[in-house]
Each structure stands twice: as C-alpha cells, then as structure tokens.
Write a protein that binds this ligand. Structure first.
Ligand SMILES: NC(=O)C1=CN([C@@H]2O[C@H](COP(=O)(O)OP(=O)(O)OC[C@H]3O[C@@H](n4cnc5c(N)ncnc54)[C@H](OP(=O)(O)O)[C@@H]3O)[C@@H](O)[C@H]2O)C=CC1
Ligand SMILES: O=C([O-])CC(=O)C(=O)O
Length: 437
C-alpha cells in the first residue's frame, strides 16, 4: 500500500490498528506521526504533518506484526466520521460474518446480498470476513474489490485470509460454503473424508476463536455430515447452533407444489425436508399446506406426490447441472438468505422452516447424534425449536428411515473425524448429492 493511500491528504487519515506499524515504518522518516485510537474500534486516526513533495514512494513491505493478521481490504481499512449521520440514524452494533469458499460461485451471489442489508436489515452494519485458500487468494482480492466498488453503506469492514483462526475471530455467523466438489471417479467415502477434514479444522477454529453464540450454516457438501463433523470439533459451542442447509430443497419443493396446484408459491407453507441433503431426502407432502389446506386435499394425485414430486425435488440439483453445466449458485444463495432470515425473524404463526439440525432429544423418534433436516420454528432470536404438530404415515416413516440409515452410515464413515473411534465405511448404496445424478 502506498504512503499516499495511507495518508491521502498528507494530513490526516484513519487506519486499522494492524496497519499502524507499517504506517510508522513508511512514514516516520517523512513526517511527524501521531496515532489516536478511536473508541470501541480497532481503528485509529493517524495524524501526520508533511508536505506532499517530501513523501517518497514506498516499497510495499509488511512488518511481522501485520503479516499474520487477516488483511482488511482497501477502502475497508479506512473509517469515516459518521457523526452527522449518527445523530439521525441509530445503527445496531456491527456483526461479524465469516464466509468460507468466498471466491466460489455461491458466495459471489451471497456476499452482495449480505452487504446490501437485505439479510440482516437496513440498520445493521456488518463486517465480512472472507476465507479462501492460497489457490483462490487473488480471486478473493477480486471479490473484495467488487465489494469496494459497490459502495454498500452497511458494509463496514472486509478482510480476507486463508487462515480460519483469523477469519473466525469473534464471528457471530459462519457461513461455511467452501468444499471440494466430487470429481469423476471419486468415491463418496473419499469425498466425505476430504471435505470432512476441512470441516474438522474449521470446527476447531470456531471452537477456539468464534463468539460462543456463533450460528454456523454448513453449505459445502455433503453438508449434513460436514456439519456433524464441524460441531463435534467445536465442543464449546452449543451443537444446536449448527445447521446444514436444506432450505434450497424446501424452496424447490414449494415451487413444485405450487406449480402442480396452479397457485402462486407464497400460498405453500409447512413444507419439511426430512433427512439428508442427498437423493434420499424426503420432501414431506403429508404435513405441507396450500392456502392453509393439507396438500392432499388440493392435489389429489397421490401417485404424482409419491413418485414424481418426490423424485423431482430429490434430483432437482442434478437436472440443473445438466442444463447449466454447473450447480445451483444463485438459488442456493437465496436459500442461505432465507435460512438466516428464518432464524432472525419470528416464524409466521402456524408455519415452520426446514433446517439440518443436530438430533438431541427430537420428538420424532429419529436417531440421535446426527444432523438431520427437520421442521423448525424460531422466535427470531437466532435460536429455534422443533415443530410439534407434525403427523406421520407409513410412506413418510419408510422414506425417513432410508435417509436416516444413510446418515448413520455417513457418520460411521467419518468416525475418525468426530472423535468416535475408527471409521468404518458401509454406505448402503452409493447415493448421490442432489447435483450428482
Ligand atoms: N447445501 C446445499 O443446498 C448446496 C450445497 N452446495 C455445495 O456448496 C459448495 C460450494 O459450491 P459453489 O460455490 O458452487 O462451488 P465453487 O466450486 O464455485 O466454490 C467452492 C469453493 O470451495 C473451496 N474449496 C475448499 N476446499 C477445496 C478443495 N479441497 N478443492 C477445491 N475447492 C475447495 C474453493 O475455494 P478455495 O480455493 O478458496 O478453497 C472454492 O472457491 C459445494 O460443496 C456444493 O456442493 C451447492 C448447492 C446447494
Ligand atoms: O451437488 C451439488 O453441488 C448441488 C447441490 O447440492 C444441489 O443443487 O442441491
């Protein structure tokens, strides 16, 4: 970073504290420096008095102090005097949001939704902490540049790093999207192992440095078992705070039911996706409602519901890949927004939403100690409870049991990553992620 950027007017600028020693190194020979910390922030103002022609072009070096910290990015390293606005607006306390796989396709949609305010509200300033890898670091800088150029008023900090321990520091939300896609010829067990290692490491990092009340949404596949691995490696964070994203499946199911019934999709409610985010998932039409009525009273074609509808939802991701040549990114990011908003706003009376959550005393008789998608309700405080008014029939029970068996097998397969002993992979059949068929 050039001195001119650090001290653009040559009289006064604001710096993140991590830049201070660098600023001092570069400027001390040329100007008198004073650093005054701003209250309750990690920023301060550097005051220097120097004539422009005295400033020499710097060599971009970082001191020991700065190089192990996540880098704040460009314009997000500055702070501004918002006092005039603060008189008229009441901003909420800044929240820290970590996003992994931040240079990937889903994040490319999601980050801009988060920064726009449509997720956490128009009075909620946010800090985005982007996690990438050496492979993606330059792309991550590109993402941060686009965020700069978008001039989002609510986006107060952006930092990028390849170290989860830096990125997860004090985060209140962790959106874990980055994962290796399953390549040709790769066994599902191999995918579980490779991605499981990523989520074990990230669980440990969350455990060490995140807010104790962090909410974690695991998107990277296989997301249920990745979420299980993550929470098992984070024993100091409540297991209830971990979610595997099945909201996209719920949205897909709502769309298909609306289409069949000839209604707009906002008329469809109480849709549960049970189980795994895989082709064994169970889109529940028994409890779902259209315009307040049980689906079966509106759609009388039971064969369609049991066969076509169920399979269409289970395989929607794969069909989309065949059309697009890549997996759902925009609709996934929309569903992540939906998932977050369902936790931070009260669930409408009588309705619920689906999320893959830890089974610990569930009322449905589902095996304990796995991450299973179930119907949830929230008061809007970030927490949830399981919906109680749910009915089952033989068809639903049988389908749920299949997804449950799959998740139990996945769990045995990653025992070495959850602290449950030696892994034993006996996956019942090579079931697929929605995108793999
Ligand atoms: N739950 C759900 O409903 C859905 C889940 N998904 C899943 O979300 C994940 C991300 O999808 P998408 O954004 O489209 O994917 P992309 O391929 O566009 O991005 C994935 C990111 O994962 C990171 N990554 C981490 N580890 C590896 C690794 N070992 N090999 C390769 N990449 C790695 C990469 O970032 P970097 O280089 O920085 O590490 C990359 O940017 C996938 O696992 C996908 O299957 C997708 C749709 C729906
Ligand atoms: O398998 C994938 O990456 C895609 C996926 O999860 C989906 O579309 O639901």
């Amino acid at each position: 970073m050039a001195v001119a950027e650090l001290c653009p007017s040559y009289t006064k600028t604001s710096l993140h504290s991590s830049q201070l020693s660098y600023a001092s190194t570069r400027l001390s020979n040329h100007c008198r420096l004073a650093f005054r910390p701003l209250p309750r922030t990690r920023y301060g103002r550097v005051y220097c008095s120097v004539a422009p022609n005295q400033v020499q072009q710097p060599v971009a070096v970082q001191t020991e102090d700065t190089k192990n910290k996540p880098e704040c990015f460009g314009v997000f390293c500055l702070t501004y005097d918002l006092k005039a606005e603060e008189d008229t607006k009441s901003w909420k306390k800044l929240i820290n949001i970590a996003v992994s796989g931040a240079a990937g396709m889903i994040s490319n949609h999601l980050l801009f939704k988060l920064a726009s305010g449509e997720v956490f509200g128009p009075d909620q300033p946010i800090a985005l902490k982007l996690l990438g890898s050496e492979r993606s670091f330059e792309a991550l800088e590109g993402v941060a540049m686009e965020l700069e150029d978008s001039l989002f008023p609510l986006l107060r900090e952006v930092s990028i790093s390849i170290n989860p321990y830096e990125v997860f520091q004090d985060v209140e939300w962790a959106l874990l999207i980055g994962a290796k896609p399953r390549g040709p010829g790769m066994e599902r067990a191999g995918l579980l192992d490779i991605n499981g290692k990523i989520f074990a490491e990230q669980g440990k990092a969350l455990n060490a440095v995140a807010s104790r009340n962090v909410k974690v949404i695991v998107v990277g596949n296989p997301c249920n078992t990745n979420a299980l691995i993550c929470l098992k490696n984070a024993p100091n964070i409540p297991a209830k705070n971990f979610h595997a994203l099945t909201r996209l499946d719920e949205n897909r199911a709502k769309c298909q039911l609306a289409l069949k019934a000839g209604v707009f999709y906002d008329k469809v409610s109480n849709v549960t996706i049970w189980g795994n985010h895989s082709t064994t998932q169970v889109p529940d039409f028994l409890n779902a409602r259209i315009d307040g009525l049980p689906v079966k009273e509106v759609i009388k074609d039971t064969k369609w519901l049991e066969e076509e509808f169920t399979e269409k939802v289970q395989k929607r991701g794969g069909v989309l890949i065949q059309k697009w040549g890549r997996s759902s990114a925009a609709s996934t990011s929309v569903s992540i927004v939906d998932a977050i908003r369902s936790l931070v706003t009260p669930t409408p009376e009588g309705d619920w939403f689906s999320s893959g959550v830890y089974t610990n005393g569930n009322p449905y008789g589902i095996a304990e100690d796995i991450v299973f998608s179930m119907p949830c309700r929230s008061k809007g405080d970030g927490d949830y409870e399981l919906a109680k008014d749910v009915i089952f029939d033989d068809f639903l029970r049988k389908r749920i049991a299949k997804s449950e068996a799959e998740l139990l097998a996945e769990k045995r397969c990653v025992a070495h990553l959850t602290g449950d002993g030696i892994a034993f992979c006996d996956l019942p059949e090579d079931t697929m992620l929605p995108g793999e068929m």
